[in-house]
Design a protein around this ligand. Structure first.
Ligand SMILES: C[S@@+](CC[C@H](N)C(=O)[O-])C[C@H]1O[C@@H](n2cnc3c(N)ncnc32)[C@H](O)[C@@H]1O
Length: 279
């Protein structure tokens, strides 16, 4: 990733950090001492069979690309010692404020994924977590996977949950009900996107241009295997926590979105993968 691509992406994430404070229901996190996000609740359940005593309590957890720390703070509420890492200074400013307002202890480190090894200076963790809208911002998945292997202690656990690359390839301009491919499934290098819209706010964004990367499942899974990680679980889902296509419908669980029933079984929307580092 060159410096221009990185700077544009960082500017976008810095710009949206403050509006995400409102759209992420952060007030509930502050007001309700036992509140955690639906995402963290679901992922804690997914991880439970792999965790000592079924819980993250007492574990050192790093949340990569933690954004405003909404989910990082949820993991801390479940008893993990949490470090959140993100390249966006504004996101981390909001994350630190939220932690203080909610009275939750968590550390936030500013770094790109590419530089995270240096930024964390030899630290290691029991659990590496990253989820929802993360892989498309990274150009080098081999570097990402090596970082995860480096950060994990022997026997440590890794969970990634993200948009399924088939869902990412869907054409958002297709008419309602029509599944049409409009974006690459495979990594073709940086893809420039130009949009003043953000899922959180009606106000047009100033930083419209971003650079993203498509990653096939083969690329993601291959990178993790080449880094020496052992894949323990892989799942695909018919819903997503955001409205990838305008005509998606609220899913049965009430907090995610799914394709209309007529085409729901045609395309996976999200995947999760659990891996471990050999003990
Ligand atoms: C979609 S958000 C993640 C949202 C998170 N799942 C949540 O719900 O809060 C993507 C995050 O990745 C961060 N990011 C993008 N590229 C990055 C990079 N190369 N290194 C580190 N962080 C990066 C952005 O700053 C942003 O906070």
């Amino acid at each position: 990733m060159d410096e221009t691509e990185l700077a544009l992406n960082r500017a976008r994430w810095d710009e949206v950090a403050e509006s995400h404070r409102l759209s992420y229901d952060t007030q509930a996190l502050i007001d309700q001492p036992d509140r955690i996000s639906e995402q963290v609740a679901a992922d804690a359940e997914l991880l439970a069979p792999w965790l000592p005593g079924g819980s993250v309590a007492g574990l050192d957890l790093i949340h990569l690309q933690c954004h405003i720390g909404h989910d990082s703070l949820g993991w801390a509420r479940l008893g993990a010692r949490v470090t959140g890492l993100d390249m966006s200074a504004e996101s981390l400013r909001v994350a630190r404020e939220l932690a203080a307002q909610a009275g939750i202890a968590a550390e936030f480190v500013q770094s790109t994924i590419a530089r995270a090894g240096e930024a964390l200076a030899g630290r290691s963790f029991d659990l590496v977590y990253t989820s929802v809208g993360v892989l498309c911002w990274l150009d080098d998945l081999d570097g990402w996977a090596k970082l995860i292997a480096q950060l994990l202690r022997p026997g440590g656990l890794f969970l990634v949950r993200d948009d399924h690359p088939m869902a990412a390839a869907l054409d958002e301009t297709a008419p309602p009900g029509e599944l049409r491919l409009g974006w690459p499934y495979f990594n073709v290098g940086p893809i420039s996107e130009e949009s003043t819209a953000d899922y959180s706010s009606a106000t047009p964004l100033v930083n419209a241009k971003t650079w993203e990367w498509a990653h096939s499942l083969g690329e993601t899974i291959g990178a993790l295997l080449r880094a020496g990680l052992i894949i323990r679980d892989y799942q695909e889902y018919q819903s997503l926590p955001w409205r990838r296509l305008e005509w998606m419908e609220p899913a049965d669980d009430g907090w995610r979105y799914a394709l209309p029933r007529a085409v729901r079984d045609r395309c996976p929307l999200e995947f999760s993968l659990i891996a471990t580092k050999a003990g």
